[in-house]
Design a protein around this ligand. Structure first.
Ligand code: HEM
Length: 417
């Protein structure tokens, strides 16, 4: 059987496709259910449609750990230590190893603990908006979308107040120079090493002086006599930082951009703030903060939509494309903040379903309405086609979002003056 070969990296080379990937994904879905991918981490198969993505992601015949299908581990003797820590994180593991790690962290990462953060997330949001509101043009990513999740995670981890600026600067410098690919992380070797040392010191501190924070919980968590060793702890913190930060930045940044570009949807949300839950779910579906999940590997010979997939083959699941599949989402290319049901797969599904989904949702549910309450009017300060987008193959994010704003009440006071 001949199969279409797709070079995903090429597809997103031009700025237009990064700004609006939906024609690329539509083209891929038109090509078929199972495509051959040319270059992603050594080639394999590419699944662009909802049906196959949502099945394979939950299919126990596929592994997330390449070693379980006889592939060489990416972790070699020459792999830098902190990269090794990232490669050993639970997102790249299978049960029972994965279950063990997830159980240990889940205990400390309960929805109840996340819900308790609401008040603090509101305070941080207000402080950031106070600082931004003094300007006639705000830059939504730098002023709100980026610092909000970073401050929240720093506080959750129990970074002492005196060290927070150092932590934020260190982490933000890694983020802005690169993203999460192995090559780009290696390039940031020195900064990553500093971050590792910083976190190791923090672990020591929280071991000696536990506080009411996630890291203290992780340090002391025990499940049936089992606990995380120091490397597992740092690996877990790295995963929380890298899986959780830029994704949330993109949810808020891209989400606000799409609202601002659609005044009818923006007006609807202003008129009925109760729509925020469906609005956030629709943003997650439509703006696709994550293009594809960690690769899966066939543990045995399987067939997907009639295509034989040999044991050991790598499969890339395009969750962003699945979210735009017309067969599941009517008018998939339209942002509809009232859409319900909305079975998007932006947080994945099954074993590796996003651990931080409640936190990401909480932050977006607080940040977006706070922004709308603070400003009566929001408008792009530059034409949409001039906005810069991150060059990242898996994550989609607007890099800067300048907005001309009118503070709440200012237009009324101008009218009465
Ligand atoms: C809009 C924001 C976010 C999106 C779109 C997102 C998306 C995802 C996706 C698609 C996966 C599944 C990966 C796979 O199947 O290979 C995942 C896993 C994960 N996410 Fe998120 N995420 C977000 C925010 C967060 C946050 C805030 C945190 C924590 C602070 C977090 C922590 C994790 C962890 C630890 C995993 C691995 C779970 C496991 O392997 O069992 N994520 N995320």
């Amino acid at each position: 059987m001949t199969m279409v070969r797709v070079d995903l990296r090429r597809q997103f080379e031009d700025a237009g496709s990064r700004a609006d990937p939906s024609p690329v994904y539509a083209g891929l879905r038109d090509l078929g259910s199972v495509l051959r991918s040319k270059d992603i981490l050594g080639g394999g198969f590419l699944l662009p449609r909802y049906e196959e993505v949502s099945q394979v992601i939950k299919d126990p015949r596929f592994a997330s750990d390449r070693r379980n299908v006889g592939r060489r581990s990416l972790d070699q003797w020459w792999t830098p230590g902190m990269l090794r820590l990232l490669l050993s994180s639970m997102v790249l593991k299978d049960p029972p190893e994965h279950r063990r790690l997830r159980n240990l962290v889940q205990k400390a990462f309960t929805p109840c603990r996340v819900a308790k953060l609401a008040g603090r997330v509101e305070e941080i949001t207000d402080e950031l908006l106070d600082a931004a509101a003094a300007k006639p043009v705000i830059e939504l990513v730098g002023d709100l979308a980026l610092p909000l999740p970073l401050t929240v995670i720093a506080e959750m981890l129990g970074v002492p107040p005196a060290d927070r600026i150092r932590f934020r600067t260190l982490f933000a410098s890694i983020q802005s120079n690169s993203q999460t690919t192995a090559v780009s992380l290696a390039r940031n070797y020195r900064r990553m090493r500093e971050l590792t040392t910083f976190l190791q010191e923090l672990v020591r501190l929280r071991r000696d002086q536990p506080g009411d924070d996630l890291l203290s919980d992780l340090v002391h968590v025990e499940e049936g006599g089992d606990r995380l060793d120091d490397d597992e702890l740092i690996s877990m913190v790295f995963l929380l930082l890298f899986a959780g930060h830029e994704t949330t930045v993109n949810l808020i940044g891209n989400g606000v951009l799409e609202l601002v570009r659609r005044p009818d949807q923006l007006r609807k949300l202003r008129d009925d703030p109760g729509l925020i839950d469906t609005a956030i779910e629709e943003m997650l579906r439509f703006i696709n903060p994550v293009g594809f999940v960690a690769p899966r590997f066939a543990k045995e010979d399987v067939e997907i939509a009639g295509t034989p997939i040999r044991r050991g083959s790598m499969v890339t699941l395009l969750i962003a494309s699945a979210n735009l599949d017309e067969t599941v989402f009517p008018d998939a290319d339209t942002l509809d903040i009232t859409r319900s049901p909305n079975r998007h797969v932006s947080f994945g599904l099954g074993t590796h379903f996003c651990l931080g989904a409640p936190l990401a949702r909480l932050e977006a549910r607080i940040a977006v309405p706070a922004l709308l309450r603070r400003f009566d009017h929001l408008e792009l300060a530059v034409p949409a086609d001039q906005l810069p987008w991150r060059r990242h193959i898996a994550l989609r994010g607007v890099e800067r979002l300048p907005l001309v704003v009118t503070p709440a009440g200012a237009s009324a006071s101008r009218r009465t003056a």
